[in-house]
Design a protein around this ligand. Structure first.
Ligand code: ADP
Length: 448
């Protein structure tokens, strides 16, 4: 069974803790069993000895004699291993079974033995009965010691089963916890090699599954970026080549006398040149944006003023296209930023909203404060963005429908610029498009 290093460590740690806990419990239970059993036996003995004391007192009362012998012991004491030492009130020995127990009288220590006092009717002390179990740790009879042995064996047997089960469970748990990590490790190594095809299946809802989700997302993105990086160079070449080819074809045709260099041909060529220009401008803007990010001037801005200036740039254009441009801007919402960079953001969003809307549609620009963030929404009622394209529209050169945006003169760079600039201001931008409404939402942290 292959196990990761972390899985092996986890297995060892969990096993040590569970087995350690079990051994401690075992040790406690084991000693408790023996103690309780001894206590129980002692109690049993004490009751027998009390009965013997009663009999001795009775005998003294009836016959006036203090007497103890083996017969009496046989009758009242079930276990013959107890040592007895019976004296009168002056401490003179009346009876002891020390010798039958194989012990010498000098070895018997009255101080440490259990002492029972015998009384006459008038509660005067008449005698003392000392007794002691033969060994402090020895259990009395073979049956008793066998019983304790059996209990201990059962405890050890159960413990062995629990240890076995806990080892198996530990193994399963550590494998369960670390197998996704192993897969993620493999995936991360693949990513490092530039292979973005692997994905992990994330189960449950915990930090490990979240890590798996993040890795999957990262792979998705890297795979996509890698693809767009290749595509964008191809795209750029293609974008440049098409108008160049058209112009070149026109010029060749004119030179060969197939076409006349009339107004409409020149117009067509101008349009293609315009496309080239836009593309170069777009790329220039993109490069400029990157520079701006490095050299931006950050200052305290009243966001309403910045947006108002952007909107003003588009009033004429909207009017010409028959589009109503509304604003609803809260005043005195301040942020730290570069006003030129922010204007590019709003210009691009408003320009797109107008570009992708038709006559009679409305475009709204709103500024509010929500959840302690400054939120700008650019809302239009235009053609909308297909759901499948939404995650990618902020990527460089991404256009939802190439033929459509070629017509509208798009380069697929505008939103990439927007996102770069927004993020440089610690903000976020997102898009939503449904039910005839496309909303671009930009949020920035406010200045206190
Ligand atoms: P472009 O220069 O092509 O407009 P952008 O980066 O600004 O490039 O936008 C990327 C793509 O997102 C566009 O091609 C367009 O299809 C889509 N898009 C952006 N804004 C809107 C909008 N308001 N309504 C519909 N589609 C939009």
């Amino acid at each position: 069974m292959i196990m990761s290093k972390i899985g092996y460590k986890l297995f060892i740690i969990i096993s040590l803790i569970s087995i350690g806990g079990l051994i401690l419990t075992l040790f406690l239970v084991n000693s408790q069993v023996e103690n309780h059993f001894k206590e129980y036996i002692n109690q049993e003995k004490r009751e027998e000895i009390n009965k013997l004391v009663d009999v001795l007192e009775q005998k003294y009362q009836e016959e006036g004699v203090l007497e103890l012998d083996e017969n009496l012991l046989d009758n009242y004491i079930s276990n013959q291993n107890i040592i007895f030492y019976f004296t009168n009130k002056n401490g003179e020995l009346i009876y002891t079974n020390l010798r039958t127990q194989g012990r010498r009288q000098e070895d018997f220590d009255l101080e440490s033995a259990n002492q029972e006092v015998l009384y006459d009717q008038n509660s005067n002390q008449i005698a003392y009965l000392y007794w002691q179990l033969p060994g402090r740790h020895r259990v009395e009879t073979v049956q008793q010691s066998r019983f304790i042995e059996n209990v201990k064996q059962t405890i050890f047997f159960v413990a062995a089963i629990i240890i076995f089960i806990s080892l198996v469970v530990c193994l399963l748990i550590s494998r369960h916890l670390t197998s996704p990590l192993l897969k993620m490790n493999k995936m991360a190594a693949a990513i490092a090699r530039g292979d973005y095809h692997l994905r992990v299946k994330s189960k449950g809802n915990n930090e490990i599954s979240e890590l798996g989700d993040s890795l999957n997302q990262m792979s998705d993105r890297l795979e996509y970026l890698e693809k767009t990086r290749e595509e964008s160079t191809e795209d750029l070449a293609h974008e440049l080549r098409t108008p160049l080819a058209i112009i070149s074809n026109y010029l060749t045709a004119i030179k060969d006398g197939i076409f006349e260099a009339d107004a409409s041909t020149i117009e067509e060529m101008k349009a293609e040149l315009g496309r080239l220009e836009r593309l170069v401008n777009g790329l220039e803007k993109f490069a400029e944006t990157e520079k701006k990010l490095i050299y931006s001037k950050l200052e305290k801005l009243n966001l309403k003023n910045v947006i108002k200036q952007s909107v003003a740039n588009f009033r004429k254009q909207a009017e010409n296209k028959g589009i109503k441009l509304y604003t609803s801007l809260e005043d005195s919402l301040f942020m730290r930023g570069d006003s030129d960079a922010l204007k590019i953001v709003f210009n691009n969003l408003i320009s797109n909203a107008i570009k992708y809307s038709a006559t009679g549609d409305k475009v709204k620009v709103k500024l509010t404060k929500e959840n302690n963030m400054l939120v700008i929404r650019v809302i239009d009622e235009g053609i909308g963005i297909p759901k499948k394209d939404l995650p990618y529209i902020f990527e460089r050169f991404y256009r939802t429908d190439k033929s459509r945006s070629t017509k509208t003169g798009g380069t697929g760079l505008g939103l990439a610029i927007v996102r770069k600039l927004v993020r440089a201001h610690n903000g976020e931008v997102s898009a939503k498009s449904e039910a005839g409404q496309t909303i671009f939402k930009v949020s920035f942290p406010p200045l206190p």
